[in-house]
Every structure is written in structure tokens, then in C-alpha cells.
Design a binder for this molecule. Structure first.
Ligand SMILES: [Zn+2]
Length: 295
């Protein structure tokens, strides 16, 4: 028998909102619905013209993949790769893990949330199908074990999960501590308010930002970076947070000062080879100014 499609629903581990997925007859797992195409999970923006939600992440404004300078483009690509490894992939792994851990429950949750058949995705209309979570045209082609499991889980979900409010789901997701690293201020290892961030960048030059809030989060280790942190900040009179990844390969480090005292030095978390740093700085000191193209 050819492999059939399957439809799943699991709560977003960050926000608690329901996310929907289907796997094709070939076994690829994709977000549902497809028209318009649903998108779930963390998104990386270079620009955002609305209030950011918990999944909106912004590229630091000095990076640009369209920059005329190769170093800026390289740094931008590295940032995007790192973000995928540290933020997007762990989120997807959590969602996929939740489906794989109990696929019957994820199918039943799809039927319960969407009132659709968890095999073909079509709407369930007759009362018996709604109780089974599988429509009349599909039920004959599904093994009895799965039919029973989906029906039992569906009844459990309708009894237990239906009264759950969105707030409950958010609280549960928080308790599960499945948030991708750096996604929010919660769990920050260092934080503060009304400070100045100074970036000592050997390649692109130094910069300074006055911030009204800053926080540092651990990032999940990647193959390129066993140690990395994400420093985020919010500038005065601005709602958007900005952030930068600090990992050992970078030719920069950041310090946060308040009233002239250093309150955070990224080198305490992410050691950097200072001889190499000074050599690089020397090498780039005489280069002409960069032109950064904003898009
Ligand atoms: Zn069906």
C-alpha cells in the first residue's frame, strides 16, 4: 500500500498557539495550510514595519547581505547561519519531537482543532467522522490500531484540552522551558537597564549604542561554535529589540557600561584570541571606509 498523508497539530512551544503540519505521501513534513502558505516558528527579518511578536528576530542593522563589502556580506551570512542553527532549528526539532513522540495524539489534535480528517485533511461533516477524526473515505485504508488510537486520543483531547485557554497553553509552554535560546528576555544570564553598549570590532570599526534595556542569552552550541551568546538590546524610544551573536570566531567583542563601570564583558562568556584580534585590527586600520548598503 502506498504511504498515505498524515495531518498533525501541536502547540507552538514558544507561544502556545496551535501549529498545523502534514506529511506528504513521500514523507516530507510541511506547514499547513498551504494556500495561503502557513508559517510557524521563529522568523529572521532585516526590517519590520509592525510591532514584533515573540517569533520576530531582527538582523543587526549594521549587517547586510547586499553590502558592497565582502566582509559585511560574510558577517551577514555567518549571522544568518548561526541564527538558523541556534534559534530556528531547535524550535523545529521541538515541534517535530512532539509529533514523533505521539503521532496519534498529534493527528487527533488536528482532527479536534480543525474538524478535518487527519489522513486527507478534508472537512469532517457527519457526526460519526467527527467522533473518529477520520472521514469515511479514509477509514478503511487505515490500520485498526491507528483508528482506535486516534479515536481514543481525540476523546481525551476533547475532554481535557478543549477547556484549555490560550493563556494556559502559554503557561504550560513556559513551564516546559522549550524556548529557543535568545528568543526572549526570560532566562537571560545577564541583563540591565540604561546602559551603553560598546562594540570593539576589528574589521568593521567600533560602534556605541545607548540602550534602555539589554540582556544576554546563551545560544545552543553549534558545530562551528561550541560557545556563543546572543546580546540583545532595546534603544531609547524604540520598541524593537536588536541583537548580535557573539561567538569565538567573531572579530569583535562587546562591553556594557553604566555610569562608566563595565557591567558586562562578552569575553567572560566567549573568550576571544586577543593577539589575533589586535593583528586583525591593525590589518584593517588602514583600509578605506566601508560603504554599507541598507535595504
Ligand atoms: Zn480523509
Amino acid at each position: 500500500m502506498a504511504k498515505t498523508t498524515r495531518y498533525y497539530a501541536v502547540p507552538d512551544p514558544t507561544t502556545g498557539a496551535m501549529t498545523f503540519w502534514y506529511h506528504t505521501a513521500k514523507g516530507d513534513r510541511r506547514p499547513w495550510p498551504t494556500r495561503p502558505q502557513a508559517r510557524y516558528g521563529p522568523v529572521l527579518w532585516s526590517k519590520l514595519k509592525r510591532e514584533p511578536g515573540p517569533h520576530d528576530h531582527l538582523v543587526p542593522d549594521w549587517l547586510s547581505r547586499k553590502a558592497s563589502d565582502a566582509f559585511v556580506r560574510k558577517a551577514s551570512d555567518a549571522f544568518v547561519r548561526n541564527w538558523h542553527e541556534a534559534v530556528r532549528k531547535p524550535w523545529l526539532a521541538t515541534v517535530n519531537g512532539a509529533i514523533d513522540q505521539d503521532p496519534d495524539a498529534a493527528m487527533a489534535r488536528f482532527a479536534a482543532s480543525a474538524t478535518r480528517c487527519c489522513i486527507c485533511g478534508r472537512e469532517l461533516t457527519d457526526p460519526e467522522s467527527k467522533v473518529n477524526g477520520i472521514g469515511p473515505e479514509c477509514i478503511g485504508g487505515v490500520p485498526d490500531r491507528i483508528v482506535r488510537a486516534v479515536r481514543d486520543q481525540l476523546h481525551r483531547i476533547l475532554a481535557e484540552e478543549a477547556p484549555e485557554t490560550r493563556q494556559d497553553a502559554v503557561q504550560r509552554a513556559k513551564r516546559a522551558k522549550r524556548k529557543p535560546a535568545g528568543a526572549s528576555q526570560e532566562g537571560a544570564k545577564a541583563r540591565g537597564e540604561n546602559a551603553t553598549i560598546q562594540c570593539m570590532d576589528a574589521v568593521l570599526g567600533d560602534w556605541t549604542r545607548d540602550v534602555r534595556k539589554w540582556w544576554v542569552a546563551e545560544m545552543a552550541p553549534t558545530t562551528q561554535s561550541p560557545v556563543a551568546v546572543l546580546l540583545s538590546w532595546i534603544e531609547p524610544r524604540k520598541g524593537l529589540s536588536r541583537s548580535t551573536v557573539i561567538h569565538p570566531e567573531t572579530r569583535y567583542f562587546l562591553v556594557t557600561t553604566a555610569d562608566g563601570d563595565v557591567i558586562y564583558d562578552s569575553r567572560d562568556d566567549v573568550p576571544i584570541d586577543m593577539d589575533g584580534y589586535h593583528a586583525t585590527r591593525q590589518r584593517f586600520a588602514n583600509r578605506s571606509a566601508f560603504r554599507i548598503t541598507h535595504h
